[in-house]
Design a protein around this ligand. Structure first.
Ligand code: AMP
Length: 106
């Protein structure tokens, strides 16, 4: 998608510090963090929103779950975290992403 922020991050047109990357997934800090830890876990494939994820995409879904679990451990936020998918009017960037929030909220 030409004008999608997260596709531009994937393509290197917008810079970010990747926390994790594979063929299928990327994870990076949210530019406007709402908590001490605020990471976005994003499929590289442009999928518009949560309801557009095909449940046959089991490898993608499993890797997103594994990435979230690893980041929770790496960031030592096991004692308090939230995982959020926004959709519809609550979704600002139309490329599906999972918010991982932890630590103190701002
Ligand atoms: P949502 O409302 O779920 O679509 O959230 C989109 C999130 O993307 C917001 O929390 C933004 O702060 C974040 N965001 C937008 N542009 C960037 C960017 N270039 N790098 C990192 N995070 C971004």
């Amino acid at each position: 998608m030409n004008d999608c922020v997260f596709c531009k991050i994937r393509g290197g047109e917008i810079e970010t510090d990747f926390i994790y990357q594979s063929d299928r997934i990327m994870a990076f800090n949210d530019i406007h963090p709402l908590a001490d830890t605020h990471i976005l876990i994003v499929p590289k494939l442009h999928i518009k929103s949560f309801v557009d994820i095909d449940t046959n995409q089991v490898d993608l879904l499993a890797e997103m779950v594994k990435t979230a679990q690893n980041l929770i451990k790496d960031k030592k936020i096991e004692s308090g975290y939230k995982l959020i998918f926004n959709g519809g009017n609550f979704q600002e960037v139309p490329h599906v992403h999972w918010h991982l929030l932890g630590g103190r909220f701002k």
